[in-house]
Design a protein around this ligand. Structure first.
Ligand code: SAH
Length: 362
């Protein structure tokens, strides 16, 4: 049994089954036993690998994107830009972004870097990564503590870790799915009560879903809150998921680069679910920001010039290094089971008066 499991069982015994979202939240962010709170899960020897860890090109291009966008801001935006990253992992994206933007006139003088990170272990890791970046960095524990002002917010693989609720289609409606106990085992159960009797409260793609279909949703306040903080600037969301809402159970647990049972080792495997970009778009729309995209990650990175960047790096590389650069390029932009280029989507919300954003030109 994992250290977190007795606490989950006790909660279920006392108060009944937990929503999938509550279960996910405990597994990831329980102060003592949460997955992210106690470990650095990234990289070849960890549990999974993210785009900034695949190649320096990713963070460099995102940094240059932010600097190019900042240059289009009107003078009324003020002299200071808060460059904010949500859930920065090891701090690799920000380190690459800051290195690449050294050459952009005045950019480093204008920025204040803020990292929003709940995990003490990862905050320490980020501090080490950024100790010689030459720019002042501040940490916030919670998105509620993000600064106001002119903000550019970056969120790579952040939303997939936000807790997700699930409902299952039954005869005559939908029932919320929860985590309960069957003797000694954690199991998925369903509420006896039906939550929506009418399909027409759901996005069009879900109407007349077959019995047993699963619908997932996240609380809107996350994205609305972040969109409001980006209303004087922009937020860039990069994550795996679908452009349109649909049915499907995407809750997944990953450990040592493979899928595991989400209920098998609470707190010791990463738990995520696909991001529903249509739901993000609809939630952000109420904050009067302009929505850009989604595009696929492959398309976005090509528009930002990743192929030319790879060529430039290869010109100074050994043959073995050049092979690695090509492999990283294929991983970041390609399709197929190991490619991030199609599955990952990129969406931005920005001040309504800004025109088209770099990379999102139509
Ligand atoms: N962006 C990084 C890491 C992605 S993993 C990369 O691409 O490599 C998710 C990150 O979000 C981790 O740093 C995790 O600790 C952080 N995180 C997850 N939920 C959070 C929350 N509710 N508040 C703040 N940080 C959170």
């Amino acid at each position: 049994m994992t250290p977190l499991e007795p606490e989950i069982r006790a909660r279920i015994a006392a108060h009944g089954p937990l929503s999938v979202a509550k279960y996910m939240e405990l597994c990831l962010s329980h102060p003592q036993h949460g997955y992210y709170m106690t470990r650095d899960p990234f990289g070849a020897r960890g549990d999974f690998i993210t785009a900034p860890e695949v190649s320096q090109m990713f963070g460099e291009l995102i940094g240059l994107w932010a600097a190019a966008l900042w240059k289009t801001f009107p003078a009324t935006a003020g002299p200071t830009l808060n460059l904010i990253e949500l859930g920065p992992g090891r701090g690799t994206l920000m380190a690459d972004a800051l290195r690449a933007t050294k050459i952009v006139p005045d950019f480093h003088d204008a920025i204040r870097v803020h990292l929003v990170e709940m995990s003490p272990t990862l905050r320490q890791r980020q501090l080490n990564t950024l100790s010689s970046c030459g720019v002042g960095v501040q940490w916030q524990y919670d998105i509620m503590d993000m600064p106001w002002g002119t903000n550019i917010i970056i969120a790579n693989e952040f939303f997939d870790a936000m807790p997700v609720h699930q409902a299952v289609k039954v005869e005559g409606g939908w029932q919320e799915r929860r985590v309960g106990l069957d003797g000694r085992r954690l199991v998925f159960v369903q509420d006896a009560e039906t939550m929506w009797r009418r399909d027409d409260v759901l996005p069009a793609g879900m109407r007349n879903a077959p019995s047993g279909a699963v619908f997932e949703w996240r609380q809107d306040w996350w994205i609305r809150y972040i969109a409001r903080r980006a209303a004087n600037g922009a937020v860039l969301v990069i994550d795996y998921g679908h452009a349109e809402s649909g049915i499907g159970d995407t809750l997944q647990a990953v450990s040592r680069h493979g899928f595991v049972d989400p209920l098998a080792a609470p707190g010791e495997a990463d738990l995520t679910a696909h991001v529903d970009f249509q739901a993000l778009r609809e939630a952000a729309a109420s904050e009067r920001v302009r929505v850009h995209g989604p595009l696929t990650q492959g398309e976005f990175l090509r528009r930002l010039g990743i192929v030319a960047r790879a060529d430039k790096l290869k010109a100074r590389a050994t043959p073995a290094q050049a092979k690695d650069i090509d492999a990283a390029l294929a991983r970041l932009t390609g399709a197929g089971p190991t490619g991030m280029g199609e599955l990952f989507k990129v969406m931005a919300f920005a001040h309504a008066a800004l025109g088209e954003l770099p990379g999102f030109e139509t």
